[in-house]
Design a protein around this ligand. Structure first.
Ligand SMILES: NC(=O)c1ccc[n+]([C@@H]2O[C@H](COP(=O)([O-])OP(=O)(O)OC[C@H]3O[C@@H](n4cnc5c(N)ncnc54)[C@H](OP(=O)(O)O)[C@@H]3O)[C@@H](O)[C@H]2O)c1
Length: 290
């Protein structure tokens, strides 16, 4: 039996849809959600629902009973998710889970000096706990989602231009759906035990290139402005964005500028069985009128 956590979220629900699409028996798929209500849609599809919360250890042990493969989708609570994810790993061990597939994050610098340490340290600690648990593992070192782009571009990007402090930095984002399909392929495939996979787009991109692509889509010049970090954070908080998210977005920009999100290897095409969606394809689909 496979269990997917974060099953009502974007990544988890996409992974479950791919499992179904690929013909995996629905009776052998379980979805962990935090309440019966959040599992309604999945239940209607014929998926088994398990109720569990990363904050509640006993609920996790109960949810993981009889599970062979666990897709552990990293949590969203940036303040508490290290402990939450450690709870999940410990509960998996207690429940007898045989294989954990974990949605981790790409990085080079694992120290506190990383501009995304606030986010990365929980992934690093979770990976260590998984590897020390003795359970077979597959670590997905996911790059930034292409789906992150509209969030940093903002709704008025075609009027304001691209405003993001990433300088000339390059990174290799991939579509969240491609990453979720890879997770489904690993869950249903063989030979993925005790591997770290680097999941990225196959082309590196810069924000100047994002602006150029938007210019093509809009048929007019969309400028790229790379402000300094303080100006950027001030602009975001001034527009009502909570400080923690403004800091996080700025941290990603610095990470991009420093080449943190440019892995030396890339397992995406091999695991997906085709080329992943490109930035051009993603933006065209998102912003073109027809
Ligand atoms: N690589 C990237 O660019 C990138 C970008 C964004 C996020 N991420 C990471 O990838 C993960 C999946 O992304 P996503 O887009 O699918 O996020 P999402 O749509 O927000 O889904 C997150 C899922 O985690 C569940 N969750 C949160 N806290 C939980 C808890 N205490 N106990 C049990 N479940 C909990 C949520 O359940 P509820 O509906 O009950 O809250 C939801 O199902 C995120 O959580 C984050 O760690 C990566």
């Amino acid at each position: 039996m496979i269990l997917v956590t974060g099953a009502n979220g974007h990544f988890g629900s996409a992974a479950i849809n791919f499992l179904i699409e690929k013909g995996y028996n629905k009776a052998d798929i379980a979805a962990m959600v935090r309440s019966e209500e959040k599992g309604q849609e999945l239940k209607a599809k014929g998926i088994n629902i398990r109720i569990g919360d990363y904050d509640n250890y006993d609920s996790l042990v109960a949810a993981f009973q009889g599970i062979d493969k666990l897709l552990l989708v990293s949590g969203t609570d940036l303040q508490n998710r290290t402990q939450q994810q450690l709870n999940a790993v410990k509960a998996a061990k207690q429940a007898g889970v045989k294989h954990i597939i974990y949605t981790s994050f790409e990085r080079k610098n694992e120290t506190d000096s990383s501009p995304i340490a606030m986010l990365g340290s929980s992934h690093v600690q979770t990976e260590v706990a998984i590897k020390q648990s003795g359970i077979a593992y597959t670590i997905l070192r996911n790059n930034l989602y292409l789906d992150f782009l509209p969030m940093v571009l903002g709704e008025k990007v075609f009027e304001t231009g691209v405003f993001y402090p990433a300088g000339n930095g390059r990174f290799t984002p991939a579509a969240r759906t491609d990453m979720a399909e890879i997770a489904a392929n690993i869950l249903t495939g063989k030979g993925h035990e005790n591997k770290d996979y680097y999941i990225s787009g196959t082309e590196s991109i810069s924000f100047a290139e994002v602006a150029a692509e938007l210019s093509t889509i809009a048929g007019k010049e969309i400028a790229y402005i790379s402000p300094d970090t303080t100006t950027y954070i001030g602009a975001l908080t001034g527009a009502g964005v909570p400080e923690i998210y403004a800091g996080l977005f700025a941290g990603f920009a610095q990470a991009i500028e420093q080449g943190e999100l440019l892995p030396a290897t890339n397992d995406t095409e091999k695991l997906l069985g085709r080329k992943p969606e490109t930035m051009k394809e993603y933006l065209t689909k998102l912003y073109s009128k027809n």
